[in-house]
Design a binder for this molecule. Structure first.
Ligand code: ATP
Length: 270
């Protein structure tokens, strides 16, 4: 498998590339995105400290950690939405930022913006349309297909500010589907939504996984980790553990991540 490197380091990218490639061959890891030594700070305060982790290919990975652990910061750094102090991002060959769909936390979205459901989903097609191209029939069809999958087709003309939390989240998932991405980064998609929307979204994500797509989800409900994810990344400013749920989602690692005894409560039920 080949990879392409996005570097924020001052070292020469060719030296880094060969070093990172060697690492890959040695470890035989099948990841879609590899993050190496990522440090991010806001106004001098460190949010992520030398974090190295990877988003595995074709899995649904939970990003787990307490409030302020840097989970959203990790997604924003991968997408190049924020300035990082240092770090390298290695994308699987053929994957670039246009292949990454991002569903933000809902509180980051202006719901008073006058846009209907269909146009919101068509926005997902923009990254691959290229400059100076307007969406047309093909993009509208892609958006309608995506809306069908999340059962939001009857709402095409509804303003997004007039949807329930669960419906809105389904529209954002549809927008991600319309992007025809390889990687899906979802920031707390299940917060405050109804059970029907939750299971529809989960079914959609499992469908994506079956197609070989990679999904990473920031998630807070530790009780649902085993049900929702095959893999986890546990972090609290720095990496605590990553791997399959069986190997990494342990009492010890959860206690370490949350600096307490939450692992005993959640995993052992103590
Ligand atoms: N734009 C910003 N300016 C200043 N500080 C920020 C900014 N964005 C995030 N932070 C700080 O960086 C740290 C990490 O924030 P981040 O939102 O990545 O955490 P999180 O794990 O996603 O938290 P939560 O679970 O509460 O959403 C926090 O201390 C937060 O206050």
């Amino acid at each position: 498998m080949n990879y392409n490197l996005q570097t924020h380091s001052k070292k020469s990218s060719s030296t880094l590339l060969s070093k990172v490639r060697e690492n890959y061959i040695r470890k035989q890891i099948l990841d879609v995105i590899n993050i190496e030594n990522l440090t991010v700070s806001y106004q001098g305060k460190v949010a992520l400290d030398n974090l190295s982790c990877s988003i595995p290919k074709g899995k649904i990975t939970g990003i787990i950690g307490p409030n302020g652990a840097g989970k959203s910061t990790l997604f924003k750094a991968i997408l190049g939405l924020i300035k990082v102090d240092s770090g390298n991002f290695l994308f699987e060959d053929g994957v670039d930022k246009r292949d990454i769909a991002y569903v933000d936390q809902r509180n980051a979205i202006d719901l008073s913006f006058p846009i209907d459901v269909l146009d919101t989903v068509i926005l997902g097609t923009y990254p691959k349309l290229g400059l100076f191209h307007n969406p047309g029939r093909i993009e509208t069809e892609k958006a309608l297909d995506a809306l069908k999958i999340v059962k939001m087709e009857p709402y095409v003309k509804r303003q997004i500010g007039e949807l329930s939390g669960g419906q809105l989240q389904r529209v954002f998932i549809a927008r991600a589907l319309a992007q025809e991405a390889e990687v899906f980064l979802l920031d707390e998609p299940f917060v405050g939504i109804d059970v029907v929307s939750e299971s529809l979204i989960m079914e959609t994500l499992k469908m994506l996984q079956k197609q070989g797509k990679s999904v990473a989800i920031v998630h807070h409900d530790l009780h649902k980790v085993r049900e929702l994810f095959s893999n986890v990344i546990l972090l609290n400013k720095e990496l605590v553990a990553q791997g399959s749920v069986d190997n990494a989602f342990t009492v010890e690692n959860v206690n370490k991540t949350y600096s307490g005894s939450l692992g005993d409560v959640v995993i052992k039920g103590a």
